[in-house]
Design a protein around this ligand. Structure first.
Ligand code: WT7
Length: 649
């Protein structure tokens, strides 16, 4: 591992950035903190198109969340698509809003703001014709085609609530989400396409809808033309139905606190939770952070290569960039198709200036060697971003030196599905960076480190990362389960938002995220709940008990390690791992894969029957001699067996 390296930011000339140097950062930070209401009201009034601008900032506090969700801008009325589309028509009508790069490098589309406006209006009218109204839920189960963004905005246009489900999720996962939010319509496509592999989205959708369900219509975008089953009474082709709609669709006026979307994420129980983001605060925060963090310029070609199925795609492919009138790229394929130079080939062909990806992709590409990068002209690049997990110094250095030719600013952005937008991050061309640190909080964000007893740590320290004051972009509740929202985020330390992450603060006040401290594993930047895996494993006839933990993985950040206790009479054989992974794939999705299986005689439990996960974690992390106090174990011999078995793996 190379030593840590400090890099001053390269200041670019003529930056319209709201923050141009560290003094201005400190000023803005102090101004925000002095009066959060005034700060955010000013921001939202300047950047967002309101039908009726708000006069109220925040209502409620973290202490009051158990009684009622927080509200921002509650007397304001708006439709977020007016900020993303209509407001750009006059000056940016012919500017490219979306550059789409399909699975094959020569399959590209460019959609201007005025075309996007029309397409969204047509799709919105189509949804209306399918009986979707304000407040109704629509599930979007698509790959990375522009129509996925159009579908999201079409829902927003009529005040319907979208819930995008990542195209890798299984029929069972899709079904769970359909039932949980009671969606009236699903928007999908015949097949997805990734690295020339076809993903049977419509077929999965059909399977998800076997049995009782609330879905009335399925709108199907034809992407590949592959064969699909068809139910005339339920299924509708996008091309035909949307194509014939009018391109005029007045925006439905919403309250600032009306839900904009639900996004499901894994937690520490088996059931995924649907985080609810609302209109006014979310669009304000994503617009503000996108412009500020990336030092956005009018002529930037901005590319975030995440999937719209995750929060990064919502906030930083669709809503933030469009609210800022940016040109935003959507990428359908994978970084290694047709070869590991795909990203950099794209940078050269589209003249990408800002590129945003995840550490796992950087590590995977770095492992393929520098030639794939150097073959392509990257002189257009100015800002490089990362998100999703801590970036190790080796990967940071490679991104900085090889990809960015030592010329670009790197922003390591820390945030979560729950936070809606970036919270701790360098500001491009301003904050001096140190590889591996997400550096400093955005204005309005006050991080705080607690020990596990709830004592606040001051100065350089390591503890549990909390945030002290509300900000407009944060999720308001869990769909249909406010008590769960309260428990998960405000139960640990009343009055503080608890992130679930561990974090260190250094001498200069920089933050270094150390990873999840709850039962969530961050695999390749995606959050997987250990309980979700465990529920799948024990559903196998031969499995009596299962314990799942993360372990350090060179590419994925964390890998998934499982301990399996078999039913008496069942015998372990190597086929089990294949079978159990098939089960994970079927019940969760294609991205849910267990890396290591260890057959154990029992799980380490306390006398009261609680599994001591700390022991499972330490053994999986390769530190079987650092188990700490194990005197409360019911049967210490189990630990010896686990240690021995781990060595043999
Ligand atoms: C978790 C949130 C936010 C979009 C992608 C993931 C980890 C995220 C960083 C970073 C270290 C990071 C945290 C966080 N994380 N960004 N820059 N450095 N860790 O969203 O699925 O909601 O996961 O990702 O552990 O809690 P998510």
């Amino acid at each position: 591992m190379e030593p840590l390296r400090e890099v001053p930011q390269r200041v670019s000339e003529n930056s319209p950035n709201l923050i141009n140097n560290m003094d201005e950062y400190q000023d803005m930070y102090d101004t925000a903190l002095a009066n959060l209401d005034t700060f955010w009201l000013n921001e939202t009034r300047q950047r967002i198109t309101w039908k009726s601008p708000p006069t109220i900032g925040i209502e409620g506090s973290f202490l009051e969340v158990p009684e009622a969700p927080l509200k921002w801008f509650s007397d304001g009325k708006l439709n977020v698509t007016e900020s993303c589309l209509d407001s750009n028509l006059e000056n940016r009508g012919d500017k490219t809003a979306i550059i789409w790069e399909g699975d094959e490098p020569d399959d590209c589309r460019e959609i201007t703001y005025s075309e996007l406006h029309d397409e969204v209006c047509k799709a919105a009218n189509a949804l209306k014709a399918l009986n979707v109204g304000k407040g109704d839920r629509v599930i979007i189960y698509m790959g990375m085609v522009p129509e996925a963004a159009i579908a999201m905005l079409a829902c927003a246009r009529i005040g319907a609530v979208h819930s995008v489900v990542f195209g890798g999720f299984s029929a069972e996962s899709l079904r769970d989400r359909v039932l949980d939010c009671h969606s009236k319509v699903i928007i999908t496509q015949d097949e997805g396409l990734r690295g020339s592999r076809k993903i049977p989205l419509k077929q999965v959708c059909d399977e998800a809808l076997e049995g009782e369900h609330p879905v009335e219509k399925v709108l199907v975008y034809r992407r590949t033309g592959g064969d699909v089953d068809w139910d005339d009474s339920r299924d509708v082709w996008w091309q035909e139905f949307v194509g014939e709609q009018s391109a005029v669709c007045p925006a439905t006026i919403c309250d600032a606190e009306d839900p904009l979307f639900i996004l499901y994420t894994s937690g520490s129980t088996g059931k995924p939770k649907g985080l609810v983001h609302t209109c006014g605060g979310y669009i304000t925060y994503t617009s503000y952070t996108h412009q500020t963090v990336f030092d956005l310029r009018e002529d930037d070609v901005y590319a975030c290569v995440a999937d719209v199925g995750w929060i990064t795609g919502h906030s930083y492919i669709v809503y933030g960039p469009l609210a800022n009138g940016a040109t935003s790229l959507m990428f359908e394929s994978i970084p290694t198709y047709p070869d590991a130079g795909r990203y950099w080939d794209m940078v050269a062909r589209h003249g990408i200036t800002i590129f945003y990806t995840a550490p796992t992709a950087i590590r995977a590409l770095a492992a393929q060697g520098d030639d794939f990068v150097k073959q392509h002209d990257r002189s257009s690049l100015r800002v490089l971003g990362t998100v999703g997990e801590p970036i190790n110094p080796d990967a940071w250095n490679w991104y900085y030196d090889v990809v960015g030719e030592g010329r670009c600013n790197i922003v390591d952005t820390w945030w979560q599905t729950e936070t809606g937008g970036i919270c701790i991050t360098p500001i491009a061309s301003v904050t001096p960076t140190i590889g591996g640190s997400a550096t400093l909080p955005m204005p309005g964000i006050v991080p705080l480190l607690n020990d596990s007893d709830g004592n606040e740590l001051t100065g350089p320290s390591e503890g549990l990362l909390c945030i002290k004051h509300p900000w407009p972009g944060q999720a308001r509740t869990v769909w249909g389960d406010h008590p769960r929202f309260v428990d998960t985020y405000f139960g640990m330390f009343p009055g503080l938002y608890f992130t679930g992450d561990g974090c260190r603060r250094d001498e200069r006040g920089y933050y270094w995220i150390t990873g999840r401290v709850d039962d969530v594993i961050n695999v390749s930047g995606h959050r997987m709940g250990t309980a979700e895996f465990e529920a799948v494993l024990v559903s196998h006839d031969a499995v009596a008990e299962a314990g799942v933990v993360g372990f350090p993985h060179p590419i994925k950040g964390s890998g998934v390690y499982s301990y399996i206790v078999l039913q008496s009479g069942a015998e372990w054989n190597d086929n089990f791992s294949v079978e159990l992974n098939l089960l994970c794939r079927k019940q969760i999705g294609a991205h849910a894969k267990i890396d290591l299986f260890q057959h154990v005689p029992g799980l380490p439990k306390t006398r009261s029957g609680k599994v001591m996960r700390r022991i499972l974690r330490k053994v999986a992390e390769g530190e079987p001699d650092a188990l700490g106090d194990i005197s409360t174990l019911a049967d210490p011999s189990v630990v010896e067996a686990i240690k021995e078995g781990a060595q043999a793996l």
